[in-house]
Design a protein around this ligand. Structure first.
Ligand SMILES: NC(=O)C1=CN([C@@H]2O[C@H](COP(=O)(O)OP(=O)(O)OC[C@H]3O[C@@H](n4cnc5c(N)ncnc54)[C@H](O)[C@@H]3O)[C@@H](O)[C@H]2O)C=CC1
Ligand SMILES: [Mg+2]
Length: 316
């Protein structure tokens, strides 16, 4: 059985004259080939690693032709050499998809530092962060909550925009990112704006909510993307080089007109421009806090600002 696998993984196939198992090549052929993703010639032999736009490598063990013949020692050596190679090539992460019937390889991968990302009915996904510092891979989700901050300087009519390193080129958007577990929407907006641009701000209101299904960001699940209106309190930009390509204070009217943006940013820029001219009460969805029955904490309720007539009517 090893013979078959040795061939597939590029290890020496023949047994030594004394019948002993062959020693693997010092740098297995597969390791070298897998490292060279573009020129990978393992199409007929097994899993073909793919490089994603973030610089991560994805391997699907389901692509193995005869998975039962792969033994753990061969897999362990291949993984070790491949990870070494990917690290040398500057890859940021490895995504390893393991079908349930090949679950014996989970432990082998875990011994090399892989951890679970998520599991589905018939497979599990493990990841290994290879980049600098702590892992910046997004966690798994049923829904993913992304929050952006439209920080508008009401004195100048300028709004803070960024161009993302990993997204559509030349598309201005509001800075923002994924909500941490247990984090309030407004806090995410303020934190993300600060992390990405160095600008301090205060949460004022929600401007819009987008729900999109089968979104690639949350691994094919659903994405909720909320844009908040923020009041900036500092103005000197110091943007995050890892996430952003450019960052500037742009005239809100220019953002509402430009083609160099995403459709949602353009729509919200027009909405914000309307509020800037006609009064923010026309566009704001504001927030009130109430005590939560179950936890003793407070929850936040978001709705349109209501006039005094409403307050008079409901003061029982
Ligand atoms: N304004 C717009 O038009 C757009 C809005 N969005 C929304 O923004 C929200 C997410 O904001 P982001 O700025 O993307 O989040 P974020 O600021 O939290 O950044 C996510 C980080 O995770 C990294 N990352 C994500 N997936 C990765 C992967 N598979 N491998 C390695 N690294 C990975 C990214 O490089 C980035 O550093 C979502 O709700 C999304 O729908 C996304 C694209 C455009
Ligand atoms: Mg971001």
């Amino acid at each position: 059985m090893l013979g078959a696998w040795a061939l597939r993984w590029g290890l020496p196939a023949r047994r030594a004259p004394n019948g002993a198992r062959p020693q693997p090549a010092r740098v297995p052929l597969c390791g070298r080939r897998l490292g060279n993703l573009a020129g990978c010639s393992l199409a007929a032999a097994g899993p073909q690693p793919q490089l994603d736009k973030f610089g991560g490598v994805t391997v699907h063990l389901a692509q193995l032709h005869t998975p039962d013949s792969l033994d753990q020692v061969t897999f362990q050596r291949w993984l070790q050499e491949s990870v070494k190679q990917w690290r040398a090539e500057g890859r940021i992460a490895v995504w390893l998809h393991i079908p349930i019937l090949q679950s014996k390889f989970i432990a082998t991968a875990a011994l090399q530092g892989f951890t679970f990302h998520h599991a589905e009915s018939d497979s599990s996904t493990l990841t290994l962060w290879l980049g600098e510092g702590h892992s910046r891979l997004p966690g798994y989700a049923t829904h993913q909550l992304g929050v952006a901050g439209a920080a508008l300087d009401v004195d100048t009519g300028k709004v803070l925009v960024v161009q993302d390193k990993n997204k559509t080129t030349n598309a201005w958007k509001f800075p923002g990112g994924l909500s941490d577990p247990g984090e309030d929407i407004g806090n995410t907006a303020v934190r993300e704006v600060f992390e990405e641009t160095g600008i301090k701000s205060e949460f004022k209101s929600l401007l819009s909510i987008r729900q999109q299904h089968r979104h690639p960001g949350p691994f094919g699940l659903s994405d909720m993307y909320i844009i908040c209106r923020l009041q900036p309190s500092s103005f000197n930009i110091s943007f995050c080089q890892q996430e952003c390509l450019r960052c500037e204070w742009m005239d809100l009217e220019e953002l509402a007109k430009t083609k160099d943006t995403t459709p949602i940013t353009s729509s919200v820029a027009k909405l914000l421009l309307y509020g800037y001219r006609e009064g923010f009460d026309k566009i704001d969805i504001t927030m009130r806090e109430f005590p939560a029955v179950y936890t003793g904490l407070f929850y936040k309720l978001y709705h349109r600002e209501l006039p005094d007539t409403y307050k008079n009517m409901t003061e029982f």
